[in-house]
Ligand binder design. Structure first.
Ligand SMILES: C[S@@+](CC[C@H](N)C(=O)[O-])C[C@H]1O[C@@H](n2cnc3c(N)ncnc32)[C@H](O)[C@@H]1O
Length: 260
């Protein structure tokens, strides 16, 4: 993973050193992100978000989560997903990716939940994430994935992760993938949706909506060999105009744009 020093989190995010482990990795993390390092958790700090390690995982917390577990990249299969590898390529996501697709780039990796689903179905996957904080959480999640028994037994490596803006990175690809997958942040239908997951609410509070999703779509359409798949909430207009195909999930849609 490449890292960028960033001023974007100043006053918003801090790293917390939990006290038991070697402090150097925490200092280095704080330096990479350009944010303060605090020796303990308390709710008097001006920042709203915190990164720390708990139970062997890098975790993102807001003040509401300080005394609870915190958010981490969850590497366990989702409910209803088969635990074998490769898991069967069924369901709306696999239909949208396409039967002949082998290589996929997830250009908006976020919490990695779609990426990990795609990876577990056996596609060859490259992940891109522009937020340096999310990239740190993903790198930690992928490192934990590499340690799983089933990964080692099958001699599998976690997906490669690039940190940066996919609009630029997709323009410089050496090998175009069959499919580019996009799940940018759309404005919510209502200000606070009871259905929104805490992890997505924190992501929105930390990063805001993705204002440049149209440019990202254009970059993806140029760079993909065969198709672009856009995941949208069911209330949102299709990002790239009328799609070639659309597959309905629960409260969401996968719009597929085929390249002729
Ligand atoms: C809605 S989240 C994706 C959630 C993800 N599909 C999951 O399963 O966890 C959108 C993510 O895309 C990232 N993103 C948006 N535009 C991007 C771009 N141009 N390049 C790289 N990452 C981008 C945001 O930083 C955010 O983390």
């Amino acid at each position: 993973m490449s890292t960028t020093t960033s001023q974007q989190y100043t006053g918003k995010l801090a790293v917390i050193y939990p006290g038991q482990d070697d402090s150097l990795p925490f200092q280095q993390l704080a330096e990479r992100l350009g944010v303060p390092l605090y020796p303990s958790l308390n709710d008097r700090t001006p920042e709203e978000f915190f990164l720390t390690r708990r139970n062997g995982c890098l975790k993102l917390l807001d003040k509401e989560l300080l005394k609870k577990g915190g958010l981490t990249v969850d590497i366990e299969p989702r409910n209803g997903e088969q635990r074998s590898w490769p898991a069967p390529k069924d369901g709306a996501l696999a239909q949208a990716l396409g039967r002949k697709t082998k290589t996929v780039i997830d250009a908006t990796t976020g919490w990695g939940q779609d990426s990990l689903h795609i990876f577990r179905m056996g596609y060859e996957l490259l992940c891109i994430e522009r937020s340096p904080v999310m990239a740190e959480l993903l790198a930690d999640g992928f490192a934990r994935l590499a340690q799983q028994d089933w990964m080692q037994r099958l001699n599998l490596r976690p997906p490669l992760l690039l940190q940066g803006n996919a609009i630029d990175l997709l323009a410089d690809l050496e090998n175009p993938p069959d499919c580019i997958y996009l799940d940018p942040m759309f404005p919510p239908k209502r200000k606070k949706s009871a259905l929104a997951k805490k992890s997505m609410m924190v992501l929105r509070d930390l990063l805001g909506d993705d204002q440049d999703k149209e440019q990202l779509f254009e970059a993806a359409l140029k760079a993909a060999e065969k198709r672009v798949v856009v995941k949208s909430p069911d209330y949102a207009e299709p990002l790239g105009g009328k799609p070639s195909q659309s597959f309905q999930g629960k409260l969401l849609r996968y719009d597929v744009y085929l390249k002729s």
